[in-house]
Design a protein around this ligand. Structure first.
Ligand SMILES: Nc1ncnc2c1ncn2[C@@H]1O[C@H](COP(=O)(O)OP(=O)(O)OP(=O)(O)O)[C@@H](O)[C@H]1O
Length: 324
């Protein structure tokens, strides 16, 4: 697969053009309902070769439904979904795809080695590649264990490793690091970054916004079955025009929240309650009011908003402070 990807992305000079030209997955005017519940509402999006796309949205936004259409496990009520220009349910399309669904479903009596061999045989994968994946996902010591005896986190790591066995052109991961400890998460991110850097295309949903920031070149925010924002992390944060003001102050939270433009007040660190972050829609007005109201403060810094603050601002009708 990587050869195909490398062919369409020959040099950094042409990346922008070629990435824009090569659509790996396409969703056009798609709607999907479950009874009275509208999960996807006339949604359109595309995934381009070499892109790493983070899908963000609150619970029930429609992310998993979108993924189920892309991976061919469900069909849209209306609209068109294609991967590699074909039907996502066709074996030809699916052979080029690696998937980790949200729920883990491994055969409980098979050993880890047998599962790797089984999936590897399907794709004609070399033993060397299987060994590399077992090592990268910290599974080498677990090869003789039955899948049913693995911990939740170990099963999760195995599921993500299996998504990469077939050397796929497109990998779709639904919350891949749920339940993983920090070390396992870091390892998994490192291996996914390698996949991405070697030219692979990645679609990932996660509730860890840090994960999206670490892995995604583009972010799609979905809410109520529709795309409400699409861009790089920076574009998304700029879109909501939030600024973060860091400062030290002894002023009470309510007084800070009442400053013009302010939408949330959070401690910068747990150890120092007087070091706070104000998220504001108008940094100038907030700072002016700080001074005018005679609020004591020091060490003031103004930065762009985090993805988390932008996400909350986009997907809640109330302010992040109230949503929290
Ligand atoms: N099989 C189903 N039967 C009935 N309703 C469903 C089914 N699957 C999803 N839904 C509904 O469709 C909507 C979208 O759900 P979906 O699982 O796609 O959201 P999500 O963004 O993946 O949420 P989460 O972050 O909680 O995983 C929700 O209202 C959900 O209750």
């Amino acid at each position: 697969m990587l050869h195909t990807q490398n062919q369409v992305r020959p040099t950094t000079d042409t990346i922008t053009d070629t990435v824009a030209d090569t659509v790996v997955a396409s969703v056009e005017s798609v709607s999907k309902s479950f009874g009275d519940t509208v999960a996807l509402d006339d949604l359109s999006m595309q995934v381009h070769a070499g892109e790493s796309l983070g899908l963000l949205g609150p619970n029930g936004a429609g992310k998993s439904t979108l993924i189920s259409l892309l991976t061919g496990t469900r069909r849209a009520d209306t609209g068109t979904v294609t991967i590699f220009g074909g039907d996502p349910t066709s074996p030809d399309s699916r052979r080029r795809l690696g998937v980790t669904p949200q729920a883990t479903a491994l055969p409980v009596t098979l050993r880890v080695r047998e599962v790797f061999a089984f999936v590897g045989a399907h794709f004609g994968t070399t033993q060397e590649h299987l060994d590399e994946l077992a090592a990268s996902f910290d599974l080498a010591d677990l090869l003789e264990k039955q899948c049913g005896s693995l911990s939740g986190g170990q099963q999760r790591r195995l599921m993500v490793a299996l998504a990469l066995v077939g050397d796929p052109e497109l990998v779709i991961l639904d919350e891949p690091t749920t339940g993983l400890d920090v070390e396992s998460r870091d390892r998994l991110w490192a291996r996914l970054r390698r996949y991405r850097d070697e030219g692979g295309t990645l679609v990932i949903t996660s509730h860890y916004l840090a994960e999206i920031e670490a892995l995604a070149s583009r972010v799609l925010v979905v809410d109520h079955g529709r795309v409400i924002a699409d861009g790089t992390v920076r574009q998304i944060t700029e879109q909501v025009q939030l600024r973060r003001i860091l400062l030290r102050t002894t002023a009470p939270e309510q007084q800070l929240l009442a400053l013009p433009g302010t939408v949330s007040v959070t401690p910068e660190s747990e150890s120092d309650p007087h070091h706070v972050v104000l998220a504001t829609r108008d940094a100038d007005a907030t700072v002016r009011a700080l001074v005018a109201d005679g609020i004591d403060f020091s060490d003031l810094q103004v930065h762009g908003a985090s993805l988390e603050e932008a996400f909350l601002a986009l997907t809640t009708h109330q302010s992040p402070a109230h949503a929290a």
